[in-house]
Design a protein. Structure first.
Lengths: 313, 264
């Protein structure tokens, strides 16, 4: 029943995203419309894939760092991606893929630094240091980004910021294809770690005694979730709250078993982002809101409601 | 099938003293061994080495004649069930769910829990007398019920050996006695080998077949309870005057008040 509802929501979000938009396309013309095929459809599918990836990455990271407030972007990746994008613009690197590639490279650099910091105590990956290191690296990257912005020509950097704060407006079938080829690998790694993640909730020592290879699980989950997030930021910028709120909503309905939770977070995250993106490009049409603004406007009240539930319970 | 420590020596990185020196211990099927000692005497280090979480610097730590640290965690979990001193509960769980986690080592990567997994969970719940709690949330349980559930999770692993680290901590008299009776029953009825770390000298002497007394990482005495728990040994190790009595043929220790003139 709840899977049916979630599946319907996902289909509705995708259909709505294809059917709605500033240009009125009659229902009978949908299948033959260039606007639908070349603009709305790839954008809807990309929003769904990115939202789903962020939902799964968030659920995995929250279990890994044992902190329900963990968001995929908390681990320094948004700062790294931002620095990458701004650097590319400041250095006048051009080309259609310059920004995504620069952002992806920046996110990967941040990922590598944070991972290295997490191993600082020896061979065991320390999730607490991952969290602290992520915040620190993110702040450091943001400081450098601000310095570049302060020194460079502001007009062209405005584009970098707009791009960074969410936008699926650059969506194309090429981007969809890239994500569709790339994302299944880290998604499968996370899904394969579902049972060990259940054990990890008992603590690392107990998880090991129950048969989990704890160090391998921690590394895989961190790397897979971060690689998903880095790809998401490269094709759509920083989209907050999907990775934070969706796993919690999924937990309220599906419980804490990651075998059900992760697929639910994928469908839920996909549906939410497709829906948010439809709003982002229709409510102030012909202008567009950054989709990150919409997810935050939806996500923050939901999150406040969740916080209240926890503190009351 | 046994758990075997031979002349084990271990020092934590950066420490100035050995945490364990020359410790030997062998736990076979159908045997109940208890490890005793004051705080910081190396009891928990001994468990970590016995389970392969730490490799001994000198000596051997074998399980089933293979070095404990050479076992994959998954294979080891099918042989040895562990009830650690502490664990977290990051997310709320029901009793049956948490006991089902004990089946992890038996499951394939993508497969679902099979009938035999649920049967093993039912047997474990019954053996620990917690079947009636199966649908309760963990956080609604009393301390004694919670410990029995954790033993049930270890039993769901269908192990040959059971290792318990201070299972009686913070339990009242009845629940602590019930827990020791449960463990003794598992040794006798299911032929499990048990290694238990405990502070409770008297219960260890009543229930275990063999004791190992540690002080500062060194073995002070080992063997049958009557040989280990003598007035002289206990007073020397715990630095406190005691009197000894015998109940059911087992030594029991009663701590004495200090003589009046030396009280502060």
């Amino acid at each position: 029943m709840k899977w049916t509802v979630l599946g319907l929501l996902a289909v509705l979000a995708l259909l709505g995203s294809v059917m709605l938009g500033p240009a009125a396309v009659p229902l009978t013309q949908l299948a033959h419309s260039d606007i639908v095929w070349n603009l709305r459809a790839p954008r809807a599918v990309l929003a769904f894939l990115v939202g789903g990836s962020l939902g799964v990455a968030g659920a995995g990271l929250q279990a890994l760092v044992r902190n329900p407030l963990a968001d995929p972007f908390l681990l320094g990746l948004s700062g790294g991606a931002g620095l990458g994008a701004v650097s590319a613009i400041a250095l006048h690197v051009s080309g259609p893929w310059a920004l995504p590639i620069a952002a992806f490279a920046g996110a990967l650099a941040a990922l590598g630094l944070v991972y290295r910091l997490g191993l600082i105590g020896g061979a065991a990956l320390d999730p607490r240091i991952l969290l602290l290191g992520g915040v620190a690296i993110g702040a450091f990257a943001a400081a450098i980004t601000t310095a570049i912005v302060a020194l460079a020509d502001a007009a062209e950097l405005r584009n970098a910021f707009l791009w960074l704060w969410g936008g699926l407006s650059g969506a194309s079938w090429d981007a969809v294809l890239l994500v569709a080829l790339y994302a299944p690998i880290p998604l499968a790694v996370l899904l394969a770690a579902a049972r060990p993640l259940d054990l990890l909730a008992l603590g690392e020592e107990s998880a090991g005694y129950l048969g989990a290879d704890v160090e391998a699980v921690k590394r895989r989950v961190y790397l897979a979730a971060s690689l998903l997030t880095a790809a998401a930021v490269a094709v759509s910028g920083v989209i907050g709250f999907v990775g934070l709120v969706v796993p919690h909503i999924a937990r309220l309905t599906w419980g804490h078993r990651h075998r059900a939770l992760l697929p639910a977070a994928f469908l839920g995250g996909g549906a939410l982002l497709a829906f948010a993106d439809t709003l982002a490009r229709t409510v102030v049409a012909p202008r567009e809101l950054p989709v990150g603004v919409v997810t935050a406007l939806i996500g923050v009240p939901v999150f406040a409601f969740l916080l209240r539930r926890w503190t009351v319970a | 099938m046994n758990l075997h420590l031979e002349n084990v020596r271990y020092r934590y990185p950066g420490a100035s003293h050995d945490a364990l020196t020359d410790v030997s211990l062998s736990v076979g099927l159908g045997e109940f061994h208890a490890v005793l000692g004051p705080n910081g005497s190396g009891k928990t280090t001994l468990v970590r080495i016995a389970l392969g979480a730490l490799p001994p610097h000198v000596g051997r730590a074998d399980i089933d004649r293979r070095p404990a640290s050479a076992w994959s965690r998954q294979d080891l979990a099918k042989l040895v069930g562990v009830v650690p001193q502490r664990e977290d509960n990051l997310f709320p769980q029901r009793v049956r769910e948490t006991v089902l986690l004990g089946r992890y080592a038996h499951l394939s990567l993508w497969g679902r829990e099979r009938l035999e997994d649920h049967a093993a969970v039912d047997r474990a719940l019954a053996a620990c007398d917690v079947r009636q709690l199966a649908d309760r949330w963990l956080w609604t349980l009393s301390g004694g019920e919670y410990q029995r559930v954790r033993v049930a999770r270890a039993l769901a692993q269908e192990p040959k050996l059971l290792v318990l680290d201070e299972p009686g901590m913070s339990l009242d008299l009845k629940h602590e006695m019930e827990l020791f009776e449960l463990v003794r029953g598992l040794v006798e009825r299911q032929g499990l080998g048990v290694l238990m770390i405990t502070h409770d000298l008297n219960l260890a002497a009543r229930f275990a077949d063999s004791l190992l007394l540690l002080e500062g990482g060194r073995p002070i005495a080992s063997g049958a309870p009557a040989d280990v728990l003598t007035q002289q040994t206990v007073e020397a190790v715990f630095s406190w005057p005691v009197a000894m009595q015998t109940i059911d043929g087992r030594p029991q220790m009663i701590p004495l008040r200090k003589p009046k003139e030396s009280r502060a």
